[in-house]
Design a protein around this ligand. Structure first.
Ligand code: AMP
Length: 113
C-alpha cells in the first residue's frame, strides 16, 4: 500500500534499522523503544492488522512468530521477552500494518496498561 508507513519501510523507501529479513518477513528496531530491545516484526505483504488475517494467513502468522523467536535469540534475550500485537483502537494500534512487538532486556510488568 503506497501510503502505509511499514510498506514503505519494506519497499526501502524509508530507512529502518533492520535486524532480520526473509522472503515474507522483515524485522527492524522500533523508532521509539519502550524497552532495551524493541523490535517490530512485520509481514512484507500488507495486512491492516491481526483482525484482517484469515485462516489462509495462518502460515504467515506462524512465520511472524518464528521470526520473533529468532530475533529474541539473536538479541540474547535468554532471560525472557514479551511478544505483543496491538489490534485496533482499544488494543492501542497506531500503525495500520500488522506487526509484532518483541520487547526484552528488562522485566516486564503484568497486567499491561
Ligand atoms: P502500534 O502502536 O502497536 O501500532 O505500534 C507501532 C509502533 O511503530 C510504535 O511502537 C512506534 O514507535 C513504531 N514506529 C512508528 N514509526 C516507525 C518507524 N518509522 N520506524 C520504526 N518504528 C516506528
Amino acid at each position: 500500500m503506497a501510503d502505509c508507513l511499514f510498506c514503505r519501510i519494506v519497499a526501502g523507501e524509508l530507512p529502518a534499522r533492520k535486524v532480520y529479513e526473509d522472503e515474507e518477513v522483515l524485522a527492524f528496531r522500533d523508532i521509539q523503544p519502550v524497552a532495551p530491545v524493541h523490535v517490530l516484526v512485520v509481514p512484507k505483504r500488507h495486512l491492516d492488522g491481526l483482525a484482517a488475517a484469515g485462516a489462509e494467513d495462518a502460515p504467515l502468522l506462524g512465520r511472524l512468530l518464528d521470526a520473533a523467536r529468532r530475533v529474541a535469540e539473536a538479541e540474547g534475550l535468554a532471560e525472557g521477552y514479551r511478544v505483543v500485537v496491538n489490534q485496533g483502537r482499544h488494543g492501542g494500534q497506531s500503525v495500520g500494518h500488522l506487526h509484532l512487538h518483541v520487547l526484552g532486556g528488562r522485566a516486564m510488568q503484568w497486567p499491561p496498561g
